[in-house]
Design a protein around this ligand. Structure first.
Ligand code: ACO
Length: 320
């Protein structure tokens, strides 16, 4: 695969830490020191699928293509209000992508979804199942957190990041892992009991469960390992990588990895300060911002790294 164009779209409502401390027992000082987050965009009266489609439309424009050129749509999403149809099908309808044949599918690999999807798209392109894939990562996490739970709700933001991928050999290396650790991050939808059961044991309120410290430790350890592995697999050294774009879960995670590698700040990009954690959308939103700021040039080497509920991890080296 190669990246032909990128796009992103964010909700219009910006919520600062001070705004959260109006109704939560929290403070700008706590959130900034522990996470680096100062504000985030939160979905309000927008439709989530419109944000995903807008990010996709911008990526198609940036690629110099039109909707008619897209012959596959893949979306990465953890949860949205539609269990079915897929987000990819909704995006297809909103962008009027018809084509003689344009399959659509969603993947859910939590916050590592972006890298998992990249690997999948590369395989689809290599086997000629597709020639131009619209790949959208979109999340509305803030509609699924418990707004009384200060441990989780302050961490997240919403948004969509997208790219158009075409045939090429710019995915230089990729590594995906999964270790079952369901208790570390869990979010389950409440279920309705059937007429054939008592309803006992079926929860109607299931807030997100997050063992922050364990996630933090795993994230740092796995990212250090995966980053070293994909760089070596590509036959490169860390000094060859121009830009590191890591999942934006906590600025301290990014900093811990950068310091461990002994690399300068300017090669590690971050936007968590303004965006919060947008799950699988965080890396493609960050990439689009950095590309549009002119910081990334064609031919530069990018390193992506993601991790999340599962516990799943993914890293990739890509020539832009
Ligand atoms: N405001 C004020 N105090 C708070 C808040 C808040 N929003 N949230 C928790 N606290 C309190 C706790 O109650 C606790 O109080 P206590 O000491 O009296 O018991 C204290 O702050 C410390 O809580 P910890 O959870 O130990 O804080 P920690 O330093 O570990 O930071 C955090 C928590 C930010 C979640 C961190 O563990 C982290 O970044 N983890 C990894 C990232 C993560 O979990 N991301 C979530 C999404 S999953 C993903 O993207 C992969």
């Amino acid at each position: 695969m190669k990246i032909l164009g990128t796009g992103s779209a964010l909700p219009k409502k910006t919520v600062s830490n001070d705004m959260l401390s109006e109704f939560l027992d929290t403070s700008d000082e706590w959130i900034t020191t522990r996470t680096g987050i100062k504000s985030r965009q939160i979905i309000t009266d927008e439709r989530f699928e419109d944000l995903a489609a807008l990010a996709g439309e911008r990526a198609i424009q940036a690629a110099g293509l039109s909707a008619d050129d897209i012959d596959y749509i893949v979306c990465s999403n953890v949860a949205n209000c539609y269990i079915t149809p897929s987000l990819a099908s909704l995006v297809q309808g909103l962008l009027g992508i018809k084509g003689p044949s344009c399959p659509t599918m969603d993947i859910n690999s939590a916050c590592a979804g972006f890298v998992y999807g990249l690997d999948l798209c590369d395989a689809l392109l290599q086997t000629s199942r597709a020639s131009h894939i619209l790949y959208v990562c979109a999340e509305e996490v803030t509609r699924f957190v418990d707004w009384n739970q200060r441990e989780t709700c302050v961490l997240f933001g919403d948004g969509a990041g997208a790219m158009v991928l075409g045939k090429g050999d710019n995915l230089l290396s990729c590594k995906l892992t999964s270790v079952p650790m369901a208790d570390v991050i869990t979010y389950r939808l409440p279920l309705e009991p059937t007429p054939y059961e008592t309803g006992e044991g079926i929860d109607t309120h299931l807030p997100m469960q997050l063992k922050g410290r364990e996630v933090f430790r795993n994230a740092v350890n796995c990212a250090q390992r995966d980053i070293a592995d994909v760089i070596a697999k590509a036959g490169l050294t860390a000094d060859d990588i121009d830009h590191f774009l890591l999942h934006q879960a906590n600025l301290r995670i990014v900093e811990a990895i950068r310091e461990h590698m002994g690399l300068p700040e300017e090669r590690f990009h971050s936007n968590i300060q303004r965006r919060g954690n947008t799950s699988s959308a965080s890396i493609p939103i960050l990439l689009d911002e950095v590309v549009r700021e002119g910081k990334i040039k064609r031919g530069d080497l990018l390193l992506f790294d993601g991790f999340g509920a599962g516990f799943v991890t993914g890293a990739a080296v890509v020539r832009y």
